[in-house]
Design a protein around this ligand. Structure first.
Ligand code: AN7
Length: 346
């Protein structure tokens, strides 16, 4: 049978109320891409769960199909979220699909162009807040307590239900859970969802390596960060809503939460691209974390000979600003053959 989306495939494992009305863009079913060259370098069996191939370009679509399906099923008319960008694009996409009004609050000037463009194109009302993601989240929590508008950040339990499906897919593809799962941690909804999903599916449990950016690492520091800063704007979050659960997932799985520098994130992004997978900076944090833990790219390490899944949460196309930050701009030549051959034979 042709694929009909996550609620259709995994609905029996998801705690969704009976009023839920399935709103799907055929999200999920993303590839688990083997990385043979990286596997050899790291001495482990490494694959990438490429979540950038979801309809709006990130893993958020898994949770959004569930949250919007639940909301529309009980007659909700407006949804709202705070976002570093991907949640905004995803909420906008599913709200438009469902015929709902979507309002998204983003930190002023700190959202990657591809995400903002998506949210606007899908028709959301985008509002920039003079503050951080955390300030925006405080505002949307307050407005949803005082009005009938529904919150679709991952505080919404149905977001977590939907995002559990990524763990199910990995188990179905591998036949069991991997030994290690490496992923970026921002507001901590995703790590919470994966851990809940693996526990529920009973195909084994991975050790979970959650990775924050050094400038936005409240779970590593043990306290909120007032002014989070990182090039990985998706995870520029100082006060994760599900921080406790993230720490629990790391602890229960015998894993850990660590921080990596922006330079390590950009380097991991280039390494993934060198084997054909282009992800946005935040999405490279999982691999950056694995590399930091391994000490060096070839040294003996805990993941040695193990099945490792690196979750790449969003597509590289989301954040084109990286051309100026991380790569050389392309050379310019006059439009003649001599100039071209001179350049490529140099
Ligand atoms: C690419 O869109 O928080 O730990 O508002 O976009 O579940 O928050 C995005 C987070 C990782 C972190 N990778 O996931 C938002 C938002 C990408 C992301 C994360 C995000 P969580």
């Amino acid at each position: 049978m042709t694929y009909q989306g996550l609620i259709h495939r995994y609905g029996r494992y998801l705690e969704l109320p009976s009023h839920t009305k399935n709103i799907s863009l055929l999200e999920g079913n993303t590839p688990l891409i083997p990385m043979p060259r990286l596997s050899k370098e790291f001495g482990c069996e490494l694959s990438v769960k490429f979540e950038g191939l979801n309809p709006s370009g990130s893993f958020k679509d898994r949770g959004m199909t569930a949250a919007v399906s639940e909301a529309v099923g009980r007659g909700v008319q407006t949804v709202i979220c705070a976002s570093t960008g991907n949640t905004a694009a995803s909420a906008a996409a599913y709200a438009s699909r469902a015929g709902l009004r979507a309002i998204v609050l983003i930190p002023e000037g700190k959202v990657a162009a591809g995400k903002l463009a998506g949210a606007i194109t899908y028709g959301a009302e985008v509002i920039q807040v003079q503050g951080s993601f955390d300030d925006a989240l405080t505002l949307v929590v307050e407005i949803t307590q005082k009005t009938p508008i529904v919150l679709v950040n991952s505080i919404n339990p149905f977001r977590i239900e939907g995002q559990k499906t990524a763990a199910f897919e990995i188990c179905d593809d591998l036949g069991c859970a991997p030994d290690w799962l490496c992923l970026p941690v921002g507001n901590a909804g995703n790590i919470t969802s994966y851990w809940a999903g693996f526990k529920q599916y009973q195909k084994g449990l991975p050790r979970v390596l959650g990775v924050q950016a050094a400038g936005a690492a409240p779970l590593v520091l043990g306290h909120p960060v007032d002014k989070p800063e990182t090039i990985a704007t998706a995870i520029r979050i100082g006060k994760p809503a599900r921080g406790e659960q993230a720490l629990e997932a790391a602890q229960q799985s015998n894993g850990k939460i660590i921080a990596v520098t922006d330079a390590e994130i950009l380097s991991a992004q280039r390494i993934l691209a060198s084997e054909g997978v282009w992800v946005e900076p935040a999405s490279a944090a999982g691999l950056a974390g694995l590399m930091a833990e391994s000490g060096s790219r070839s040294a003996k390490h805990e993941a040695r000979d193990k099945k490792v899944v690196v979750v790449c949460t969003g597509h590289g196309m989301k954040d084109p600003s990286i051309i100026t930050e991380s790569f050389q701009p392309p050379k310019i030549i006059p439009a003649n053959y001599e100039a071209l051959i001179g350049l490529i034979e140099k």
